[in-house]
Design a protein around this ligand. Structure first.
Ligand SMILES: Cc1ncc(COP(=O)(O)O)c(C=O)c1O
Length: 387
């Protein structure tokens, strides 16, 4: 008998790292596979962190995060959304990824069902699987107007034993953005049926027609079954720092204290103090990044938008596009050969949940000359083999 649970024994490496590990850190490769750009975290955040270290901020801190950080998060959310979040609802467990994991662990176990809005970032599949629950997907549809999915379609996919619904908006990988009316409707359903919504809003500052994407926080009451997960990785270019936050029902304040303690006892103190600077001084940087991503999207639009070999719709948010290659049924093979022949790294579609085998994900957060060159090579390769 093996000591490991079946859910662990059956885990697989996700398709992004499966491809990327072959040429990780190879300077010849144009890396459009991971969810990050090549902009270093801005100096004012690094300086605040260095100052914290120099002051000797190297000890344990409050289990759910330093009070000044949780207070800065509260003010940031209040100002952004025009709401008044109770600070006791905020926890800094580690990165956003850990927030999703803890939230799933809180509600799902063997015999339960978790519903995931797909296509979705592959780590979410694993997070749900390791709870022992069954899971299924409700998939956004690619329409001529963009990726679409209504609250009603999500509600229709709920099963009698569904305990959690995972919604990531703006979406990685499609850029789909859930509208506020749909959020309100889904929140009402979750409230009535006591199903937890895990709302992953890490791309909340990357939308192309406003300063932020609609948030479930704007339509929720303080004890609704809702965990909103967010973080510093994307909007403030802090992927390597491993820091994010969750906003959770008030009545679970103590549970998050207990869980936070057993997962990581919050994150590095000096990084937390850098994160305060990000929130308090970061609006200019966030706006610059939005401009950069907007231009990146324009480059992808120009290269793939009217090309006969791609089904492509311009994303509404996040910094990815998720095109389909016409005539290609297996983009794992496609991206592996592209990497070998053209030194461009993409993510294969199959890893983003069922029915995505003919799609690939491209991240357009990289600097524009690299992105432009990468796009040129993708088009050249596709025309050579699929034209
Ligand atoms: C949808 C989604 N959620 C969460 C994360 C992870 O964020 P963090 O770096 O804070 O763990 C990512 C990273 O790519 C993501 O795409």
């Amino acid at each position: 008998m093996k000591p490991f649970r079946d859910e662990i024994e059956s885990l697989e490496q996700n398709g992004i790292t499966k491809v990327a590990f072959k040429r990780l850190d190879d300077p010849k490769v144009i890396p459009l596979w991971f969810g990050e750009g090549d902009t270093v975290t801005p100096e004012f955040i690094r300086d605040a962190t260095k100052a914290a270290l120099d002051k000797g901020e190297t000890f344990y801190s409050h289990t759910r995060g330093r009070p000044e950080l949780r207070n800065a998060i509260k003010h940031y959310l209040d100002n952004l959304y025009g709401i008044d979040v109770d600070e006791r609802r905020i926890t800094v467990p580690g990165a956003a990824m850990l927030g999703v994991t803890i939230a799933a662990q809180m509600v799902l176990t063997t015999g339960d069902h978790g519903l995931i809005v797909g296509p979705v970032w592959p780590n979410i599949d694993a997070v749900f699987r390791i709870t022992g629950a069954d899971l299924s997907y409700v998939r956004q549809r690619l329409t001529p107007d963009g990726w679409r999915l209504s609250a009603d379609e999500i509600i229709d996919a709920v099963q009698p034993n569904t305990k959690a619904i995972f919604v990531n908006s703006p979406s990685n990988p499609t850029g789909w953005v859930m509208g506020q009316d749909d959020q309100r409707k889904l929140m009402q359903f979750a409230r009535d049926n006591q199903v937890l919504i895990i709302a992953d809003e890490v791309y909340h500052r990357t939308v192309f027609d406003s300063a932020y994407a609609p948030s479930f926080l704007q339509v929720a009451q303080q004890n609704d079954p809702l965990v909103v997960v967010n973080g510093f990785s994307k909007a403030w270019a802090m992927t390597g720092w491993r820091i994010g936050w969750v906003v959770t029902p008030l009545r679970h304040e103590m549970h998050w204290t207990a869980l936070s303690e057993c997962f990581n006892t919050t994150t590095n103190v000096f990084c937390q103090l850098g994160a305060v600077a990000a929130l308090e001084q970061g609006e200019g940087f966030v706006a610059e990044q939005q401009q950069q991503f907007q231009h990146g999207r324009r480059l992808v639009d120009a290269a793939l938008g009217n090309h006969a070999l791609f089904d492509y719709t311009s994303p509404e948010g996040a910094f990815y596009a998720f095109p389909r290659v016409r005539g290609c049924t297996d983009t794992l093979d496609y991206v592996e050969r592209l990497l070998e022949e053209e030194d461009v790294g993409l993510a294969p579609g199959y890893t983003f949940g069922p029915d995505n085998e003919s799609y690939f994900r491209i991240c357009f957060a990289q600097s524009h000359d690299r992105l432009q060159e990468g796009l040129k090579r993708i088009v050249r390769f596709t025309e050579k083999y699929y034209g």
